[in-house]
Design a protein around this ligand. Structure first.
Ligand SMILES: [Zn+2]
Length: 282
């Protein structure tokens, strides 16, 4: 499941390479034929992410909403799209464009020499502007959006007896956090994940929010989730590699980088929660 930073990267790639252009839309697989026909020949005007949802705006007040879910992916071709999504092999100069679809492609978007193939999404639908607004109104605050308001999220967190580790995964409270950011932001705040939301102090939440924004902006820039400070890694120089990128996520049973005790893992909100019982006591 992609976390919010990767959806924002996708939206920026669409802004860069498709915005302002007439787009040919088709559904090679056939399952999205009617939706693709609605978009075909329109100008792509905007691309934005809200949490794990991406919205592409088209002329005529139409929006495409895509949620990749666990198995969805975009494949791109064209300059400016390198390293975004999952690429096909680069085209040879003389190769035909656009190439034959590979696998079950739900939606193909082509603008000039740029191509985007969507396969296996959880959601792919065309919305009116009003429907899009109704949809996003129900969503939580996205740390990567300029219109996000951490105080609004705090009201929801603070009103709940549920564990903070559970609440952080609620996309209607905070949109875009996945399993890794959840574990890492809790560790960096030294916060015990089972503490009820109602016990969270506003100052602590403001600090956690600011920390999360920084981590996710780094994720958008680099395409990677790196949450460790250089002095806490096994290799202190150079970029964080492999396991060095996180404090606790995917490190069950490994020694905590700060205290040396084994990192714990348990199920919470349907995903594995990683944490250190020694360090996270606030
Ligand atoms: Zn520890």
């Amino acid at each position: 499941m992609p976390e919010g930073h990767s959806v924002h990267r996708l939206a920026r790639a669409f802004s860069r390479c498709f915005a302002g252009k007439v787009v040919d839309a088709s559904s090679p697989q056939g399952r999205f034929g009617a939706g693709a026909a609605l978009l075909d020949g329109r100008v792509l005007l905007a691309a934005e992410a809200h949490g794990k949802q991406m919205f592409l705006g088209f002329s005529g007040d139409l929006w495409l909403r895509v949620h990749l879910g666990l198995y969805g992916m975009w494949r791109f071709q064209g300059s400016g799209l390198e390293g975004i999504g999952r690429r096909r092999h680069p085209l040879a100069e003389e190769a035909e464009f656009p190439p034959l679809p590979r696998g079950l492609v739900r939606l193909r978007l082509v603008a000039g020499r740029h191509l985007a193939d969507l396969s296996g999404p959880t959601a792919c639908e065309v919305l009116s502007t009003m429907e899009k607004h109704a949809f996003t109104r129900r969503m939580g605050e996205d740390p990567l959006r300029p219109d996000a308001d951490p105080a609004r999220a705090y009201v929801r967190l603070h009103a709940s007896r549920s564990a903070i580790g559970l609440l952080l995964m609620r996309q209607d409270i905070i949109a875009g956090i996945g399993n890794i950011y959840r574990a890492e932001m809790l560790f960096r705040a030294r916060l015990e994940p089972h503490r009820p939301g109602r016990e969270l102090a506003l100052d602590a939440w403001r600090a956690m929010w600011a920390d999360l924004v920084g981590l996710m902006e780094h994720g958008v820039r680099t395409g990677r989730i790196v949450t460790t400070e250089p002095q806490d890694r096994s290799r202190r120089s150079g970029p964080a590699q492999g396991e060095d990128a996180s404090y606790v996520a995917h490190r069950a049973g490994r020694p905590c980088r700060i205290c040396g005790n084994a990192v714990l893992a348990e199920a919470m909100a349907g995903r594995t929660l990683y944490w250190c019982a020694h360090c996270q006591v606030l």
